[in-house]
Design a protein around this ligand. Structure first.
Ligand code: DP6
Length: 310
């Protein structure tokens, strides 16, 4: 009746930004991501107490979203869920992907449910869409009901330098942001069509380990997602001055012969994609920028799994 699981957050190179079914959290287009080793959530689920309890990083939280998720998993027993993020959540780094992936795996193990990897991914999706990709981990594609690993983490030893560009949590969450873009942005249909073209091309470049090709595609895809968000009514502006400083610094690095490309989720933080030997230089350059609070350099990681707690 008790189990612990770990899961990693993921960064999308072809983004999910639009749902074709809001209740079932089904995406309008497929997405591609990689799991990041240093962005990790550890969650313990214990079933059978008198009431639901949810604790995140030592602080009690409203257990409503966790309860709704357990109901969807067919778990009726009261649960004590204790979750810890190994990265600064207060800074607004996405934790819902690793959080719901770890919760899905720990809760099903605690309840003695035997679900396939595909079923666990589909379940995690009901908590947060991007969590579907954190279940298989590695290089993962999410189309339809569940995500699958298309390459293991070892396929390509790239680095992802996560530059924290703001201190507080973001203003408009992904859920509301993508709904607003879908309903009010005149560019939304074009954005979705672009993602449908980007995914097969990104998979081809990933299989070839073509960094200039995939890096440039990831930058274009992210900026087009933000163009869609900027075109919403009212407009969604996720960037801070430090975000733009990072984009420009990466352009300068490339002009100077250091290959590194940015991607940005629905927030101010920039993730620089580069080869392992260049990571130190990219990290130092981003760290030196005013407004960049911290840079966490990550490697590709595996999927969500049950662990024996220390
Ligand atoms: C910009 O998975 O957080 O990070 O499904 O509504 O919970 P919900 O949204 P969420 O959205 C992630 C959006 C993104 C792009 C991506 O990760 O693909």
């Amino acid at each position: 009746m008790k189990a612990t699981a770990v899961a990693h957050a993921n960064i999308a190179l072809v983004k999910y930004w639009g749902k074709r079914d809001e209740a079932l959290i089904l995406p309008e287009a497929g997405s591609l991501s990689v799991a990041l080793d240093r962005l990790r959530t550890v969650t313990t689920v214990e079933l059978g107490g008198g009431r639901d309890v949810f604790e995140l990083d030592g602080e009690p939280q409203d257990p409503a979203r966790v309860r709704a998720f357990l109901d969807a998993a067919g778990i009726r027993e009261k649960a004590r869920v204790v979750s810890r993020n190994d990265f600064p959540t207060a800074a607004g780094l996405a934790s819902s992907a690793s959080g719901f992936a770890a919760l899905a795996v720990a809760a099903c193990a605690a309840a003695g449910q035997k679900r396939s990897a595909e079923e666990l991914s589909a379940l995690a999706r009901l908590g947060s869409g991007s969590a579907a990709r954190s279940v298989p981990g590695g290089w993962a594609v999410w189309e339809g009901e569940s995500a699958r690993q298309v390459h293991p983490p070892e396929h390509w030893d790239l680095r992802f330098c996560v530059a924290l560009c703001a201190a507080g949590p973001k203003t408009t969450g992904s859920r509301d942001g993508m709904r607003a873009s879908r309903e009010t942005s005149p560019y939304h249909a074009a954005w979705i069509e672009q993602c449908r073209r980007d995914l097969p091309e990104a998979l081809r470049l990933l299989a070839l380990r073509d960094l200039p090709g995939l890096g440039a595609l990831a930058e274009r895809n992210a900026l087009r997602m933000h163009a869609d968000a900027l075109a919403a009514d009212p407009p969604l502006l996720y960037w801070e001055p430090a975000t733009v400083a990072c984009l420009q610094a990466l352009r300068e690095l490339r002009a100077g012969g250091v290959p590194a490309w940015p991607t940005i989720d629905a927030g101010p933080h920039v993730v620089a994609i580069c080869a392992a030997p260049d990571a130190k230089q990219v990290e130092m350059r981003l760290r030196a920028l005013g407004g960049v609070k911290e840079v966490l350099t990550c490697s590709p990681a595996g999927g969500a799994r049950v662990v024996v707690p220390l």
